[in-house]
Design a protein. Structure first.
Length: 425
């Protein structure tokens, strides 16, 4: 009975017991788990700490793991500094604390175990770098589109006096006119920022501009218009896949839109003729169409920068090379990321101060914000870049806790979940 209770908790355990011919109530099984004593607690020299959600966005708890024995030693309510510091105060033998970048755990460790060395987990450091790279890629994204715009245009007929026009950069259509979505994004950003400067609340701004709260929040949090235009200029159209074909046929002399619509329908296009008509309407005034080379998505560029160069395909490596040549911001970012990766791989935390100084010498606001955060936690970051300890084992136990929650533990009683986690060790 006890093994059933420990494995399946209440209702699932009662159902299994019934199949085995044992009549038992779910509360009886849970009472068996509660009655079991805690396992004996030994000294902990290297401690790992992380949080998990009891109810996502509402309540959380903290799990502590002995990284040397790979066993959970305690589950604490909440993820604040005080409970963590109180537990550490009763365990003066702790020498190393491995954690993520959460400020509460850092403060709890300083208060409860000043003798311990704090180690910032390497995976979380790498994720912090990736987040900064993503913001950097988003900021100068027009230059990325510029690098990926085809400049080759079919030679016009000598008697054709159509005016030349610039290739698109993503903020305009194929004839250089501002896209309505881009113009609307710019107007909304200006309106939201103006009202924020006047001291109005997000709710009041949303009511005045007739915008959803999430939309107002997104425009309010953006530090510049480029962050919003990254999504605006890259929104996909159902016509995107067929634009090269339309460009080719138009430049061959086929200007009959119903015929072009039927041709792309045969290729799989499901839109109506008005979509094609709106896209090709300016061509009647300006002449030839240019086929822009599709720019990569920001996440794809981030992946290229964050990937070891030897593991990039030849095509990805070539496109990244073109981007770095076209955009000094991305070139500097890629260089700094590779230097950080080398520090992490070679465990050379001593090189961190010089690396931070080099980053601060370039115009990279997102990376500057990262450096500000790293400096507040510099000793732990250097230890994390120099040490082999990580919170990987803690993440394994968090995954197991999530499985226990699916079985019913922790939904009504954290103590029951705590006991089950410690007994599983």
């Amino acid at each position: 009975m006890l093994s059933i209770a420990c494995t399946l908790a209440g209702r699932p355990g009662a159902r299994l017991a019934a199949l085995l011919g044992i009549h038992v109530e779910k509360d009886t099984l849970l009472s068996l788990v509660r009655a079991m004593p805690d396992p004996p607690e030994g000294p902990v020299r290297v401690l790992g700490v992380d949080d998990f959600a009891l109810r996502k966005g509402d309540s959380y708890a903290t799990v502590l793991v002995d990284l040397e024995t790979r066993r959970p030693v305690e589950v604490l309510a909440g993820r604040e500094a005080e409970p963590f510091a109180a537990w550490l105060a009763t365990h003066p033998e702790v020498e190393i604390i491995c954690r993520d970048r959460a400020g509460a755990y850092a403060e709890g460790a300083r208060t409860g175990a000043p003798q311990a060395v704090q180690v910032a987990d390497g995976w979380h450091l790498w994720r912090n770098v990736a987040e900064a790279v993503e913001k950097t890629v988003g900021s100068p994204y027009p230059c990325i589109r510029s690098a990926f715009t085809a400049i080759t245009v079919p030679e016009p007929d000598p008697d054709d006096h159509a005016e030349p026009f610039d290739p698109p950069d993503g903020t305009g259509d194929c004839f250089g006119r501002p896209r309505r979505l881009v113009a609307r994004t710019e107007e909304r950003f200006a309106a939201v920022q103006e009202r924020l400067a006047e001291g109005k609340s997000l709710g009041a701004i949303g009511r005045e501009l007739r915008l959803d709260n999430s939309t107002v929040r997104r425009f309010a949090r953006a530090t510049c218009i480029d962050e919003l235009l990254v999504k605006a200029v890259n929104r996909q159209s159902i016509l995107d896949e067929y634009k090269p074909y339309l460009h080719e046929r138009w430049n061959e002399g086929c200007h009959d839109i119903p015929s072009l619509h039927r041709e792309i329908q045969a290729l799989g296009f499901h839109g109506d003729i008005q979509t094609v008509r709106r896209y090709l309407r300016p061509a009647k005034e300006r002449g030839l169409l240019t086929a822009p080379r599709p720019a990569p998505r920001p996440r794809r560029v981030v992946r290229w920068i964050m990937t070891t160069p030897d593991r990039l395909s030849s095509s990805d490596a070539q496109e990244l090379k073109e981007l770095r040549a076209a955009c000094p911001h991305l070139d500097a970012t890629a260089r700094h990321v590779r230097d950080f990766a080398a520090m992490l791989h070679d465990r050379r935390g001593d090189l961190l101060p010089d690396w931070m100084n080099r980053v601060m010498g370039d115009d990279l606001p997102a990376l500057h914000s990262l450096i500000t955060g790293l400096r507040r936690d510099q000793d732990a970051v250097i230890a994390g870049l120099s040490s082999h300890w990580s919170t990987g084992q803690v993440e394994d136990h968090v995954t197991r806790i999530k499985l226990l929650k699916r079985k019913g533990y922790g939904r009504a009683n954290l103590d029951l979940l705590r006991r089950r986690v410690l007994l599983a060790s």
